[in-house]
Structures are given as structure tokens and as C-alpha cells.
Design a protein. Structure first.
Length: 165
């Protein structure tokens, strides 16, 4: 049995200590906004905040969560989607398929909590989540908007295309 503070509510869950936090959040608590992607902490679809730090929940055994740790999922970031990052994501229509976006938003919110005015390099260093659709330019633009440092928008989503030499 574990007591977990998830989105400000203490929940008792009956799981083995080695159960990944991701599965507890999704299966035991029923919060499905946090996604399973790779299972090895590489893609970031499972990103949550633990005590304000972005963490990949697929690789964190629930037994490593200490009493008093505060876990925030995408559902707990804002009940009304009014967090500045969520608003910026909606304003720029960042997602394509959307699967990775809850993790992207959680990573972006953690970045802005620690660094409210990130440089492009800060964004590149912090935003290590994988987006198979390649919405990275829109993610960066949305982060700038959420930080209040937006630059003129690109002409279209076609500007998101990646070119190779």
C-alpha cells in the first residue's frame, strides 16, 4: 500500500513497490492524460512533476516516492486548461496527433517554473521529449508566448517542415 499525493489529493493505492508510477497514475487512479510511450524514460510522453521537477513516470517505481512528495499530472496542472503553457499550446494549435503533448506541456511548465525567460538554448536543453509529428518549432513558439517573450509568428504550419541537406 502506498499513499500518494497526486494533484493535491492523497490517494491510497494497493500496488507492488516496483510498479511504475505511470501505471499507478493511469490504472489505479484513472488519470489517463499521462501517456505510455517508450517505457524506458526516453520519449517523455509520461512526464509528470514530482515536487516541481519534471520526471518520466514510466521509470519511477512507486516505492521510490516518499511521504510528502507532490505529484502533478497534466490533469492537475490546471483544472480549466488556463495554465499559460496550456493557453499558448491552444493559441498556436501545437499538437498534430497530440499523443506526446501532455508530456511536452509538463516539461514546458517545469522549465518556465525554473526559468521564466528561457533562451532558445535553454528551451532546447530542457525540452528533450520526442514528438513524432515534429511540432518542435510550434512548441518553441508556444513556450515563448507562455513566457511572454513571443516573436512574430511564422506564416503557416508549413514552416514546421524539417529540411535536410
Amino acid at each position: 500500500m502506498a499513499k500518494l499525493n497526486i494533484n493535491g489529493k492523497v490517494r491510497d493505492v494497493q500496488v507492488e513497490a516496483d510498479t511504475p508510477l505511470l501505471w499507478v497514475i493511469r490504472e489505479n487512479v484513472g488519470l489517463t492524460g499521462t501517456k505510455y510511450g517508450c517505457g524506458v524514460a526516453q520519449c517523455g510522453a509520461c512526464s509528470v512533476h514530482i515536487n516541481g521537477n519534471v520526471m518520466r513516470s514510466c521509470s519511477i517505481p512507486v516505492g521510490s516516492i516518499k511521504a510528502g512528495d507532490k505529484i502533478v499530472t497534466i490533469e492537475g496542472l490546471s483544472a480549466t486548461s488556463s495554465h499559460p503553457v496550456q493557453k499558448a499550446w491552444a493559441q498556436l494549435d501545437v499538437p498534430q496527433c497530440g499523443y506526446c503533448q501532455s508530456g511536452q506541456i509538463m516539461a514546458a511548465a517545469a522549465l518556465l517554473n525554473k526559468n521564466p525567460n528561457p533562451s532558445d538554448q535553454d528551451i532546447d536543453d530542457a525540452m528533450t521529449n520526442i514528438c513524432r509529428c515534429g511540432t518542435y518549432p510550434r512548441i518553441r513558439d508556444a513556450l515563448r508566448i507562455a513566457a511572454g517573450t513571443s516573436r512574430p509568428a511564422r506564416a503557416s504550419a508549413a514552416d514546421d517542415s524539417v529540411t535536410t541537406a
